[in-house]
Design a protein. Sequence first.
Length: 208
Amino acid sequence: MTIIIVTGTDTGIGKTVFAAALAGALGGQYWKPVQAGLDDGSDAETVAALSGLPADRILPEAYRLVTPCSPHRAAEIDGIRIDPDRLALPAIAGPLVVEGAGGALVPLTRDLLYVDLFARWAAPVVLVARTALGTINHSLLSIEALRARGVPLIGVAFVGDANDDSEATICAIGGVRRLGRLPILPTLDRATLARAFEQGFTLADFAR
């Protein structure tokens, strides 16, 4: 089974849209272990709409939290205890795209960060980074945090308008592969996303 973890440098940067594109291109399955915030729908619902995957390939979350904030705090507000043992990777056949919440250092509990969970899983990670101002700092900090815990990093996928210097700087200083870039799409749907992913990325790069 091919497992790819998708994490980001921040929240609201297009990580879920990228995860939908990747899962759809792989023809795999998608899993978000913890969903925090349900007012605007879940990330799983977004992936279902954008990936083209059938409903049975969108795996149910281990936790669905109502409050839209960091999972550790959302769980406390909702009166739920997140049990790390429930966050083991599902044993399934075929490719699996797993999406974290926010950035790599987002806490799941008071003593467990997402990056700690990634290290426990020992599966390769794609770091999604925006191209706007501030991305160099956020991206390099995320790369260092992942490497400090021995998490294998496939490379960086950028989202936003082209910023050749920032993208090249991050990859050169961070010593990581630039996987490609998803532009901001004026019309975001299954067809436009699939086309943009095909034009911006090489699927074989995610199997390395």
